[in-house]
Design a protein around this ligand. Sequence first.
Ligand SMILES: [Zn+2]
Length: 409
Amino acid sequence: MSRFLRTHLARAQFYKSFRGAQLSELPMVDKPVMLANFAAFNTHGIPLDRALDIALAAERSRNFLPTIDGLTVGLSSGTSGTRGVFLVSPAERERWAGVILARVLTPASLRRLFNPFALPLSVSFFLRANSNLYESLGRRRLGFVFHDLTLPMDAHVRALNRRPPDVLVAPPTVLRQLADAVLGGTLQIVPQQVVSVAEVLEADDRLLIENAFRVPLQEIYQATEGFLGASCPAGRVHLNEELIHVEPEWLDAEQRRFRPVVTDFSRTTQLIVRYRLDDVLIDAGSPCACGRVTRSLEAVEGRADDVLWAARLGDGCDMPVFPDVVRRSMAQADAVMRDYRIEQHGDEWHVRLDAESDAALAVRRELEGLCRTLHVQAPRLVFNEWRAASALEKRRRIRCVIRRSGAAA
Ligand SMILES: [Zn+2]
């Protein structure tokens, strides 16, 4: 960290005047600040419009090879709002590939990778947008197959049956569809590792996926801002504190939930310094059984705008209703519910259920019960018809679209 601050920081225009500064003296930044000053945050001075042009053209043609000044340009699979853009150098790309393999592959998979007499390790990767960042994982000992989520699911099932992967990597919504195909008998694969990426992993998805594939589900916590964490052999997600420094910005008095403020002292192209992420993480609160000293998480709860808000009884103060407690209530409401969405629009929560017709009653009972427990005013619940999402959409079950008007903070 000291070397990064001493030698790399001032090479980006934004930090010119901070040469020799301590971390705590540097400004906190976030995605809007970074995008508004994009050229000043990378050490090559590449402006946002040039990087975006290249990344969008690559995504349109679904040819993910182009680079800019020898740097890889990537786009995050944004949900609503602004998409993230990242720049990485060849060296950073190689290290990213190495770190992710070291962190994710089990000893058995690693032995296979390095045994010249064994078949190459085959990895199937489902993502909304590929990037040559991911292609750099493909090597002679590693058969790397990218599955394009713009294609229909039965095409993927056929491709997987033709070339069964040893390691399957996908967002939980996709893993869930593949798990259904395994349980239904149309998909016959026996991966040794199954890894969840790119979306919040919820308990019901985990259960179904582990049941179908009969291996513990691993998690990678990765964002535009880098490779932030991965699950350990004991099953907890650890922050990648060997390569990033994380300052927790606590959201509750008990210091359990926090927004991470990340400084990546291993990246020297696009600087990530005291960068506040939109995510809400839950600290595990105790040392992990695996023995690693890095901070471990109980869960990656979601994004800051996955938090719903309600008026406290008595004074009307705006109180957060965190997504994991809403998820727990929804799980209690109905065992046969296949899927749901909850969106806050001011004083109303709009609920969509993919479930039997009487599920709405149980959901109303659970959500109103939850509000009583939290001592907040129950919102007006509006039930809308279920609408299936496309595979290209990132699933966000719980989302605050519009906060309550005139709410006291
Ligand atoms: Zn651990």
